[in-house]
Design a protein around this ligand. Sequence first.
Ligand code: SAM
Length: 168
Amino acid sequence: MITVLRIGHRPDRDKRITTHVALVARAFGVDEILIDKKDSELERTFLGVCERFGGKVNIKTGVKWREALKNWKGQIVHLTMYGEKFDAAMDEFDRDGDLMIVLGSEKVPREVYEMADINVSVGNQPHSEVAALAVFLYKYFDGRPFKNFEDGQVRIIPNKKGKTVVEN
Ligand code: SAM
């Protein structure tokens, strides 16, 4: 089980970027997305994508992040520009266990750095939670990250030119 926990979501400012965090998580095979602030509109948008394109990915907003971290039974990785280099960290993950991936927004409380088993960077420059998550998952899944969802209303057939969409 892989869960993404997004901390510091501001529904008025971050709707789009947090939606993108959730979409990247889904596309790369994450099972569950937890977001600290309640945002029913974001949940609706995300579940709409799952309905159309498939995938049973749980999303929950309004989650108490401290409790979520405390109650997590598997490993916790916090993605931050201050962490250990992501490629060097790959051997430290127990592939048979559960993994929670924590992403911040603005300043992340120090507690998060301490509660994580490992703080991991995707380069040591500030950039984006969406990019950090995608690059981390690509490496974590060893370059074979993308999910095929069979249960959607539509399926996309890869096409060099144009769009091929099949109704299920
Ligand atoms: N100063 C912040 C920090 O502590 O990383 C940067 C905030 S950034 C806009 C929002 C989130 O993107 C961070 O909390 C982190 O999860 C992720 N992020 C940004 N740059 C990253 C990097 N180089 N490596 C890993 N994660 C990064």
